[in-house]
Design a protein around this ligand. Sequence first.
Ligand code: PHB
Ligand code: FE
Length: 328
Amino acid sequence: MATQTLSEVRASQPGDHGYRSFSLGEFAFSRDEYFVYVKWPTGTHVMSADTFLKALQRDVAWNFFYGIVNFDAVIGTVNHYGTVDLFAGRYNDAYRKAELDHVENYATPQIRATFEAILADWTNDGFDPFASPAETGNAFGAKNGSNTPAITRRRVVAKRMVGVPGDEVPRSDATGHPVNRHFLDVPQDEPEIHAEPGFEGEVCAFNLFSYLSRSDVTWNPSVVSVCKDSLFCPTTEEYILPVIHGNDRVEWFVQLSDEIFWSVEDRDSGAVRAKVVMKAGDVAAMPADIRHQGYSPKRSMLLVWENADGELPVLLAAGKLPNNPVDF
Ligand code: PHB
Ligand code: FE
């Protein structure tokens, strides 16, 4: 498996339905009105265009995230933090046993450029891959314009904390973030700060519930506070997490409001391991050797707590750290 270093994007002229086809290494991608087709030397795969674009949007916006981003049970990426694997059937027991799985490795900028080009060409006017199904137009039909503002949204990544001078700013009507229809009951008052004399410039606070109630996207953790490698990445969720995330480290979830159902599978084979129901106030530690997908019946608030220590994947793979952070 050679690492490819070419940086150009290979695209065809627009085809029957107005969409371009793309290739990357030996993978080929095309779409029509409803579906996306992925081909590789030992197989082909079809996905609904909306599911594919929602997964692709997150893979691009999160710069391939932590570990594995499965678009579904067959297609996905593995982040090696500098290079990225694109795979078909690699984390699917049946494909593995039939020896039909396929993996290619690329320098991150190369796969990024191709994924960004596919996302831009295949996202029609009115479709927002980050929005809930109730808050976007549909992904289908012949090519119809584009939605550049939606697919190039700036990701919120606080350097220290939202609200600290010079850092990410709290959301408000004035910043273009109205309260979401499902969070109209969320109090919007900001905390009062009573600092000791001499410390007035060193104390900050913001209303996280208000901040989240004003999110216009779903299933998109943003970094709101940072303490060394400890990142608080809350997000608002509605409908289905568009990727099945395969962990390369432990993740903690704190359910801040409402309810999410999690389907938890073995990371490598896809065998079912657990069904988890998280209600407001519940805390879960997702093990480092699983993959998971969440279902949120109404918009809910979830705190994803990440440990960004770059050594973790190596230590876990070498068996030097436990996959479960706590034993009961
Ligand atoms: C996760 O894979 O842990 C994850 C991703 C996106 C979310 C929530 C959780 O919005
Ligand atoms: Fe995850």
